[in-house]
Write a protein that binds this ligand. Sequence first.
Ligand code: ADP
Length: 486
Amino acid sequence: DQLKLKDSNLLRDAAFINGNWLVKDQRFEVSNPSTQQVLARVSNVTEIDTHDAIAAAQAAFPAWAAKTAKERAAVMRVWFDLMIQHADDLAAIMTAEQGKPLAEAKGEVIYGASFLEWFAEEAKRVSGDVMASTWTDKRIIVLKQPIGVCAAITPWNFPIAMITRKVAPALAAGCTIVIKPAEQTPLSALAMVELAQRAGIPAGVINVLTADAERSIAVGKVLCDSPVVRHLSFTGSTPVGRILMRQSSPTVKKLALELGGHAPFIVFDDADLDAAVEGALQSKFRNAGQTCVCTNRFYVHASVYDQFVEKLATGAKKILVGDGFVTGVQQGPMIDAQAISKVTEHVADAQTKGARLVTGGKQHTAGSLFYEPTVLSDVTPAMLIMNEETFGPVAAVVKFTSEEEVIAAANDTEFGLASYFYSRDIGRVWRVAEKLEYGMVGINTGLMSNEVAPFGGVKQSGLGREGSKYGMDEYLEMKYLCLGGM
Ligand code: ADP
């Protein structure tokens, strides 16, 4: 009752299997990271429940796949409309369990919904092929068919968008799905599935398994081991991605992995400096720095370095930190104590190794999980922050002098998700964009996620792309028909 919703039925605490809410005696607590208040005690599912969910998805698959794309699109469109209609409640649930400022949560609801709209439209544009045959008496035809039962394991940093980005293309393609949301943020997922049910998505097409951290591992194992599950989509850390990949090898599952990043953000001497600072603040401090595309390393040309650091620090000091429900707040809490210790460790390590603390650098007075927007300068490659994903509101700034040097430094990582750079020189824009070993390059912008664009990484940041016309391919198999005897 701390959470005032217009439609209180959106707040659910049971798992959802085969169109039924599954209430368990065993529960786990979901709490507000800003206040530590317990929001709900959610059903903690078992391995047996996981098998049930897979069986439900398997049973629902033939009928869902047999619908026309237009029929599937129509139901998805209703779900989209319900999300928009209930955007305020969905945002409130998200802010309560995740901590992000309400306006940012609302933005995510709209962004998350956009995948339903987009893939409902794309469903109608799945087309096969007829190739020019090299035989006079045979024809070569390619069909595209849904891959089958899918599984999705999603993180807490975008409790809704990371679900719709997987569920929407799966459903559009004709697949059914079992979702395991993050243990910190199951309430957003359950509110979404309540709306899916109201929209008329048939029983078994979407199933949600809620589990605490320990049970999540067991649930994940069952999903990976199952020969029925043909596709696993995961968004989360690179170490867990490696585990899931290994566990999926016996059943040779198709995998979509959206893993960690360590985004570089390069400011060249010809950049529009104020625009670069604005982009830097957005890219670094959004969601308290807890996104896989958040900048981790700023490389700034020596001629504009001091100016950039000063402007960035001025911007960071202006960020209003506090409870996400308070009007005007721009940065909420970190997700948990572990997140705070990681940030603390990165800052301490950098300072020990000679970095200069320009602003911030300690926990914020707003509460135990809040951290001050922080800027560190004189950062060197040996520091932890330059090698590990920080996932927090700390900007590490490094000085560079040449284009070749900075490209080499930017690429010197196992990660390859997002990268950013600012330059007004058209030749340099092309050169640098081509040389950055990243799945995504933001040029003169700090924000680039959109349902129309392919999101994903190279190297150890993952496999596959989400969103865009390419996002559907993940959930489709090609079938070659060779038609002879003509
Ligand atoms: P984060 O750093 O965002 O918490 P994780 O990779 O730890 O990222 O978690 C992302 C998702 O993966 C969550 O839903 C979590 O429950 C799940 N998860 C974590 N470890 C495992 C595992 N060994 N097997 C299956 N799922 C896991």
